[in-house]
Write a protein that binds this ligand. Structure first.
Ligand code: GAR
Length: 179
C-alpha cells in the first residue's frame, strides 16, 4: 500500500489517485498544504517540524503513522523536506521522489528557476529512489522536456508537470509490480 508525502499543491498526488494506484494515506509537513484537500476520504495527517523536539522525532512519528495505515511504499509528491535515516530505514529502498530536472543536474527546491537562470535548452523529469541526500539516489525513470523561447518559471513548470503526471504513476506501478 502507498503513502504519499506532500508539501504543496498536490497535482502529482492527484495523478497517482487518477491512475487508480492503491494510495492509503497522505501526510504533509505543512498543516495547510492544499494537497491535503485532494485526499478525499483517505486518512491525512500533518507533521509540523515545530511540534517535535527534532527532525528525527518528527520523522519517526510520521513513519509510525504511515505503517499504522499499512503503508509499505512511500511516494514523495512535492514533499520539500529532507528525510532522516530514522525514516528511510523504516522503508528500505521503498521511498521514491519526483523531481523537475534531469538529475543529478539541478537538485533542490528551486530547480525550475535554477534551470532558467542557467539558460539550459533542455529540462526534464526524474523519478528516483530516495536516499539521505538532496534529490539523490538511484534513478528509476527520466524524460527530457524542452525549454522554449520566452519560458517563465510557470510555463516551464507546467510543461514539466504534464510529464511528471505520467512518469510518476508509471514508476510507482513498475515498483509495485516488481515486488
Ligand atoms: C513537482 O514539480 C515536483 O517535481 C517538485 O515539486 C512539485 C510539486 O508539485 N518536487 C521537487 O522539487 C523536489 N525537490 P505538486 O505539489 O503539484 O505535485
Amino acid at each position: 500500500m502507498i503513502g504519499v508525502l506532500v508539501s504543496g499543491g498536490g497535482t502529482n498526488l492527484q495523478a497517482l489517485l487518477d491512475a487508480g494506484l492503491p494510495v492509503r494515506a497522505v501526510a504533509s509537513n505543512k498543516r495547510g498544504a492544499p494537497a491535503l484537500a485532494r485526499a478525499g476520504d483517505l486518512p491525512t495527517a500533518s507533521f509540523e517540524l515545530s511540534d517535535y523536539a527534532s527532525r528525527a522525532e518528527r520523522d519517526t512519528a510520521m513513519a509510525d503513522w504511515l505503517q499504522q495505515h499499512d503503508v509499505d511504499v512511500v511516494v514523495l509528491a512535492g514533499y520539500m523536506h529532507l528525510l532522516t535515516p530514522q525514516f528511510l530505514e523504516r522503508f528500505p529502498a521503498r521511498v521514491i521522489n519526483v523531481h523537475p530536472s534531469l538529475l543529478p543536474d539541478f537538485p533542490g527546491a528551486h530547480a525550475v528557476a535554477d534551470q532558467l537562470a542557467a539558460g539550459v535548452r533542455e529540462s526534464g523529469v526524474t523519478v528516483h529512489v530516495v536516499d539521505e541526500g538532496i534529490d539523490s539516489g538511484p534513478i528509476l525513470l527520466q524524460e527530457r522536456v524542452p525549454v522554449l523561447e520566452g519560458d517563465t518559471v510557470e510555463t516551464l513548470h507546467e510543461r514539466i508537470k504534464r510529464v511528471e503526471h505520467r512518469l510518476l504513476p508509471q514508476a510507482v506501478e513498475e515498483l509495485l509490480c516488481a515486488r
